[in-house]
Design a protein around this ligand. Sequence first.
Ligand code: SF4
Length: 88
Amino acid sequence: MSNEAERPRVLEYPGNGFVITWEPARCRHAAECVRGLPRVFDNTRRPWIVTDGATADEVVTVVDRCPSYALGYRTADGRSRTAPDTVR
Ligand code: SF4
């Protein structure tokens, strides 16, 4: 038996020294990310997250502003952000 259906869908976008995670069901479209780092987060584009050229520090700064915890990250130097009740 599998509990796969109970797990939230989390998409991953690898970059240079970091991975951005995005849980669509949590996204409130507040656009903090789009305003903060528009070359990475652009909701008029598909895929809407493009990590090319971004640094881990830029990603951490902007993702930390996401009010819903839809966005998270893991960095090569050990920083991470996940939604408070996300089970890994
Ligand atoms: S800041 Fe978070 S909630 Fe707002 S659009 Fe970006 S991912 Fe969605």
